[in-house]
Design a protein around this ligand. Structure first.
Ligand SMILES: *Cc1c(COP(=O)(O)O)cnc(C)c1O
Length: 362
């Protein structure tokens, strides 16, 4: 299928995602390396991404919620571990064989009771909070389990996991503190494998290795080492078609609020992408697009479906050509995010549903 006239094209480079996973897998060795594909694979398509990762050798997947897990299981079939970070009630996954992450003592009690009743231990991951104060057994709950391992009877705990709050800040004291708390908590529990690092955590050094790393953003080309060069490949590009080009005189304004006024006679290209597509309104007047390697400045406000670029110096831009608005060398998700006052994660997960999606398969 080819894009409709006026439809933006989202190109997703699956071999590049697989290559990013292979690089991380080499870094995670001897531990295993999962693929985090929550939020529809960070906006790029969980099923397509997971199939590509499985082809590269990935056997462990994490999603956020039950619906994502069921869809992934249906697509991947039996075999790979599919863990649900937000957990679910015992039996709620039917016969899909999903692995719940147990985030509180009440989750532990419910799944353990179901396992004892069925006479078959329930596979699960035990989440220990070491400093996020979001989900996971808190210190008091951890102490109760340490005092009475019987609480865990009926469970087959395949991993203990924790999540780092500040892994993207290598010097932050939280990193070592959380790793130490995790080690101490695991020492008081029955022996089980451990899962610690997210993408950035994998770059913190040997103290952050574990039996299963859980990278997400780095797979998708977001820099896991902010402030240092990005070790990952870019994996996506968003090209928006030019719907019209018009000449305006000096002094004319463009767009809502008349917020941008031409300082010279200008050529303005209107392209079919806007904040309804996840091209954030906070990029207004500050983003850069790209055309055949050359920068194209965004001018005026981003509106719901349309954005305007100043193409006065790019005479070859005409109706029907596409301007790269995200994923070019000058407009990576991280770069656009910095201009919009957010993070690359939000740029990707906010991508809308109106694109023609073109999956490169290598
Ligand atoms: C989202 C998430 C990850 C992946 O984090 P990245 O920073 O994208 O690598 C890992 N573990 C947990 C618990 C998460 O919620």
């Amino acid at each position: 299928m080819s894009p409709q006239t006026g439809q933006p094209v989202l190109t997703i480079d699956l071999p590049a995602i697989a290559a990013n996973w292979r690089d991380l897998a080499a870094r995670g060795a001897p531990g295993a390396v999962a693929g985090v594909v929550k939020a529809d694979g960070y906006g790029l398509g969980a099923i397509e991404v997971a199939r590509a990762l499985r082809g590269a050798g990935c056997r462990h997947f994490f999603v956020a919620c039950l619906a994502e897990g069921l869809a992934l299981r249906a697509a991947l079939g039996a075999g790979p571990m599919v863990a649900v970070l937000e957990g679910f009630a015992p039996g709620e996954d039917g016969d899909a064989g999903l692995v719940p992450v147990l985030n509180a003592l009440s989750d532990v009690a419910a799944h353990a009771a179901a396992g004892r009743a069925a006479g078959v231990a329930r596979r699960a991951i035990l989440h220990l909070d070491t400093g996020m104060a979001r989900l996971g057994l808190d210190a008091g709950e951890q102490a109760r389990v340490m005092q009475d391992h019987g609480i865990l009877a009926g469970l087959d705990l395949i991993y203990a996991m924790t999540h780092l709050a500040c892994a993207d800040e290598p010097q932050h004291p939280m990193n070592a503190a959380q790793a130490a708390r995790f080690t101490a908590a695991c020492a008081g529990l029955p022996a089980m494998r451990r899962s610690l690092a997210n993408s950035s955590g994998m770059f913190l050094g040997p103290g952050f290795g574990s039996d299963l790393a859980r990278p997400g953003c780095a797979l998708y080309g977001i820099n896991p080492t902010p402030g240092a060069p990005n070790p990952m490949r870019q994996v996506m590009r968003l090209d928006a078609p030019v719907l019209q080009v018009r000449d305006i005189p000096a002094g004319a304004s463009v767009g809502y609020g008349a917020s941008w006024v031409a300082q010279r006679a200008s050529r303005i290209a209107t392209v079919a992408v806007g904040y309804a597509d996840g091209y954030l309104r906070s990029l207004s007047g500050r983003a850069m697009g790209e055309f055949q390697g050359r920068p194209v400045p965004l001018v005026a406000r981003v509106s719901m479906d349309l954005t305007t670029f100043d193409v006065t110096d790019l005479p070859d831009i005409a109706v029907g050509r596409r301007i790269t608005v995200l994923g070019g060398a000058r407009c990576t998700p991280d770069e656009a995010a910095a201009r919009a006052g957010t993070i690359g994660y939000e740029m990707l997960t906010g991508l809308g549903a109106r694109y023609h999606r073109d999956y490169l398969r290598g």
